[in-house]
Design a protein around this ligand. Structure first.
Ligand code: DC
Length: 222
């Protein structure tokens, strides 16, 4: 099986680019952020005290998360409920960053991610794919772009979904999440030693897709 690991901060274009690349190459695209978002969504619903280890462990015992893939599109399920749309809010984004710092949450989601890569050719995107989840991935790419550019992309994405947002709030959230995701103790956001860094600040979407396809083709023909 071929595994492509794509990591990077919020708004760098990882997921949308990975999805398009997966479609071109006939791979499965796994957006692992959706898993942390699903945990976050349910934790908000349950009013979980995320700093209380006992409550978190009990919460995880009752939690079943699944991913399904159809027509190049991932769906995420929490205890049998399709939450694919519900997890895309700013509230869930921030909570996902909070719950992703909890070691038992990361451990809970580990096998699910690895098992998908065992059975499929995958492009998996997240924060720790090259460093922790798939350290032997065939291709490792780390996306980056300026915070302003990333906030702008996210702002346009949310506007297109008719969500009421302020650019400055999004920029603040982007900076806050970057800091939290890269400074946490466990599986922080960072490139692996052998990751290729791809700065997409001045790339159009199509240029980013082409750059990733080229990198994969180069690596795989080596
Ligand atoms: O990629 P995203 O914005 O949907 O991710 C939401 C949060 O989940 C992100 O702020 C950090 C966390 N996350 C993580 O810790 N590890 C991953 N592999 C993916 C996401």
């Amino acid at each position: 099986m071929i595994a492509v690991a794509i990591d990077g901060p919020t708004g760098a274009g990882k997921s949308s680019v990975s999805k398009a690349v997966a479609k071109k190459l006939g791979f499965i695209h796994v957006d692992t952020g959706a898993l942390y978002r699903a945990v976050a969504y349910k934790s908000i619903k349950n009013n979980l005290k995320i700093f209380d280890e006992y409550s978190v462990n009990n919460f995880l015992k009752e939690l079943k998360i699944d991913l399904t893939f159809e027509d190049n599109t991932q769906k995420v399920w929490v205890n049998g409920e399709d939450v694919t749309g519900e997890i895309r809010t700013e509230e869930v984004s921030m909570m996902a960053s909070n719950v992703s710092k909890i070691p038992s949450v990361r451990a809970f989601l580990l096998d699910l991610q690895r098992n998908i890569a065992k059975k499929n050719n995958v492009i998996m995107d997240g924060r720790d794919i090259a460093t922790v989840i798939l350290p032997n991935a065939d291709v490792k790419i780390f996306f980056t772009a300026s915070p302003e550019k990333r906030a702008e992309r996210r702002y346009n994405e949310l506007l297109a979904k008719n969500q009421k947002v302020e650019y400055n709030t999004i920029l603040d959230d982007v900076i806050k999440r970057d800091k939290q995701d890269s400074e946490r103790d466990i599986a922080p956001l960072k490139p692996a030693e052998d990751s290729i860094i791809l700065d997409t600040s001045d790339f159009t979407f199509d240029e980013s897709v082409q750059a990733v396809v080229n990198l994969i083709k180069e690596k795989i023909s080596e």
